[in-house]
Ligand binder design. Structure first.
Ligand code: AP5
Ligand code: MG
Length: 214
């Protein structure tokens, strides 16, 4: 099962992708998490990516595509994977299709988690993320058991650098310009499914399971 999660920043792609990965036993591949791990570890890729991320801009395709193509060809991706935050541009989608064609495969589902811009800024200012294990919380709807500490790994949870309201606005603009066209791209391939991402998380997940099958 090969799945793409589409949706605006803060729509809940990561929240849902983690649950999909658990339920269907496939890896969760988040380009945002990969970049943040590289920033944390001070790698060259991390230093390059940070410049773009902090401004709410996309990291250039040439830094992004090869990384994902390598990842999806690893052994643990044999039975499928869920891509979260990739592709984000038409050239990325085309690179993904081309890489899969070479190995006689194709994507199965592109799930658009639909949330209007008005809901997004609120969600983001309350989000807390663990930069160690990638777990995501919300100070009101999903608080950590101990304030500021990740339930899963015990590291600190923080407001992401790019979750400041002005950067979120910029990310939304970039989303509408560069990523939203992918909705039509996957509609044309007949693999687009939409879910209402304004519902409670459990309901969003139930709708996704209804699409993917038990
Ligand atoms: P990335 O990390 O992918 O960020 P994003 O797309 O902006 O999305 P988010 O992770 O912010 O949101 P999400 O949809 O995962 O929502 P979440 O589940 O956390 O990318 C960051 C940056 O990296 C980009 O800006 C770019 O610079 C770069 N980058 C990454 N991939 C790239 C690529 N392919 N090409 C180029 N550049 C790339 O939920 C949000 C909050 O809402 C949480 O607090 C959550 O608890 C809460 N929540 C979730 N669901 C619900 C619900 N149903 N009801 C109420 N609250 C909810
Ligand atoms: Mg995310």
């Amino acid at each position: 099962m090969k799945i793409i999660m589409l949706g605006a920043p803060g729509a809940g792609k990561g929240t849902q992708a983690k649950q999909i990965a658990d339920k269907y036993s496939i890896p969760h591949i988040s380009t945002g998490d990969i970049f943040r791990a590289n920033i944390k570890n001070g790698t060259e890729l991390g230093q390059k990516a940070k410049k773009y991320m902090d401004q709410g801009l996309l990291v250039p395709d040439e830094l992004t595509c090869d990384l994902v193509m390598d990842r999806i060809q690893q052994e643990d991706c044999k039975n499928g994977f869920v891509l979260d935050g990739f592709p984000r541009t038409i050239p990325q989608a085309e690179a993904l299709d081309a890489a899969l064609v070479k190995i006689g495969q194709k994507m199965d589902f592109a799930i658009d988690v639909d949330v209007p811009d008005e809901n997004i800024v609120n969600r983001m200012s309350g989000r807390r993320a663990c930069l160690n294990c990638g777990a995501t919380y919300h100070i009101v709807s999903i608080p950590t058991k101990v304030e500021g500490i990740c339930d899963r790994c015990g590291n600190s949870v923080v407001l992401r650098d790019d979750d400041k309201p002005e950067t979120v606005q910029k990310r939304l603009k970039v989303y509408h310009e560069q990523t939203q066209p992918l909705i039509d791209y996957y509609k044309k391939q007949n693999i687009l499914k939409s879910v209402d991402g304004t519902q409670p998380m459990e309901k969003v997940f139930a709708d996704i399971v209804a699409i993917l099958g038990e």
